[in-house]
Design a protein around this ligand. Structure first.
Ligand SMILES: [Fe+2]
Length: 247
């Protein structure tokens, strides 16, 4: 069994410093790794990234993250990524990492993702150049996610995104903004490999649980949704939610 702690949308700045730390001190006792589904900072500044690195660095288990849209706000995403990597945090964007945990290989593929919407109500790559760019951006990201997942040979695969791959975990958000919260293309990418669990954030008013059309469990771990420092999911078991801990 592999135990995955997960949260998203932690939006760390100097005012948040210390808020997660008490729960993080317990992390090695309850989970083998921590995955964070983007929106690590409030406005994507280097100063906030340093706060994030202080809050989520040295927690006693591997920490793997993707960036979110907030982490791009100041156009400093490369510098933000560098600060996090210097703190020992693995930042994924279209690539993968493999963790050896209790003799099992956990493969994680991560992308920020992007919008576009879901079956029956999605943007199409037609018309203005801006619309083609919008949909094309999501297509490229989804292709990278799918290729990354399919390239992993592991005992368990996890897809980590900021944007949602399914509409079920957006329930609670206004329908009108679903196309800005995720894309079915991410779901198709997840279904193109034997993915065990998909984690995302971004939808603060959404719902925790969904499933891709191919049957992969999807969990929206945005902090305002799970309402605690992290949830713990179990892989290589029958029920990913069996280990949900209150922290
Ligand atoms: Fe977001």
């Amino acid at each position: 069994m592999i135990r995955i702690a997960a949260v998203g949308d932690v939006h760390v700045d100097k005012d948040v410093l210390g808020r997660y730390r008490p729960a993080l001190e317990q992390l090695p006792a309850v989970a083998d790794a921590l995955l964070i589904a983007g929106d690590l900072t409030r406005h994507g500044t280097v100063e906030e990234a340093k706060c994030m690195a202080t809050e989520f660095g040295d927690v006693g288990v591997p920490v793997v993250v993707v960036l979110g849209n907030h982490d791009h706000q100041s156009d400093q995403q490369d510098a933000v990524t560098a600060v996090l990597r210097d703190a020992g945090i693995t930042v994924l964007e279209g690539d993968t990492t493999v963790l050896e945990l209790h003799g099992h290989r956990l493969g994680i593929a991560g992308v920020k993702g992007f919008g576009g919407g879901f079956a029956g109500a999605c943007a199409s790559k037609f018309g203005e150049r801006e619309m083609k760019n919008f949909v094309g951006t999501t297509e490229t990201i989804a292709e990278r996610l799918g290729a990354a997942l399919r390239g992993l040979e592991c005992d368990a695969l996890v897809a980590l995104t900021h944007y949602s791959p399914v509409p079920e975990t957006l329930v609670g958000e206004p329908l009108e903004i679903y196309p800005f919260l995720g894309s079915y293309l991410l779901g198709q990418a997840i279904d193109s490999a034997p993915t065990a669990l998909a984690l995302h954030g971004h939808a603060h008013h959404g719902s925790e649980r969904g499933r891709t059309p191919g049957g992969v469990p999807v969990r929206n771990v945005a902090h305002p949704v799970i309402k605690q420092a992290y949830n713990v999911y179990q892989l290589l078991t029958d029920n990913v939610d069996a280990g949900l801990a209150t922290v």
